[in-house]
Design a protein around this ligand. Structure first.
Ligand code: GRF
Length: 219
């Protein structure tokens, strides 16, 4: 378990990070907990659906408990959904962070973690989001449309796809000659790795509340 000292009397936020791939967003969270930019927070676990995800190596290197659970290992999606929720609950998280987790979240889990589960999406919602917009496809679509500004969004997860209350967004400029890969990297560096840790810190310090499907952030 990786944790940062908390203010006297404040219970640190127990954060569970769910991943499928490289885990650069996980790494950004780890680094910001370590350097004290994220406060009042413990990373209590990492769950991956992919046993080869490099994110699992990052968890191990930082002595964060992790486990892998894949839909492929279960006969039905219903059985997997039940096991996934059990796995999540075993970490007793206050906040679930979807950091590039490519599995559809079971509705029961969405209800259980309402306003306690956040996602990072690599566009300025409501542009380039919803069904089919994930990974490089988001950046391909942005270049195809010819937009000049892209970015990333951290939002609470609700039952729609990328429709939950928006917590933070950050814009990034498109440059002439960008490829989807180059743009993806710039969006990660300039937006995702900054706003995801920032959102966790805000939540850990009780500065985010949801009113009428919109967030109110206390600065
Ligand atoms: C990020 O682009 C994130 O926005 C998206 O999936 C990607 C995950 O990358 N949801 P990484 O595994 O954090 O490197």
């Amino acid at each position: 378990m990786l944790n940062n000292t908390c203010a006297a009397g404040t219970k640190p936020l127990r954060v569970l990070v769910m991943v499928s791939g490289g885990g650069t967003n996980l790494q950004a969270i780890i680094d910001r907990v370590k350097d004290g930019t994220i406060t009042n927070t413990e990373i209590v676990g990492v769950i991956s659906n992919n046993k080869n995800a490099y994110a699992l190596t990052r968890a191990e290197e930082n002595e964060i408990p992790s486990l892998c659970i894949s839909p492929k290992d279960f006969e039905t999606r219903g059985i997997f959904n039940g096991k996934l929720l059990e796995a999540v609950e075993s970490f007793e998280p206050d906040l679930v962070v979807l950091a590039g987790f490519l599995v559809v979240i079971p509705p029961e889990m969405i209800r259980k973690y309402e306003n306690r589960m956040i996602n990072i999406h690599p566009s300025l919602i409501p542009s380039f989001c919803g069904k089919g917009y994930y990974g490089l496809k988001v950046h391909e679509a942005a270049l195809e449309r010819g937009v000049k500004v892209v970015g990333a969004t951290v939002h609470f997860v609700d039952e729609g796809t990328d429709t939950g209350p928006i917590i933070l967004q950050k814009a990034v400029e498109v440059q002439q000659g960008d490829t989807p890969e180059v743009l993806q990297r710039r969006v990660m560096e300039q937006a995702e790795w900054k706003i995801l840790p920032r959102a966790i810190d805000l939540i850990a310090n009780g500065k985010v509340r949801v009113e009428d499907h919109r967030t109110v952030i206390e600065q």
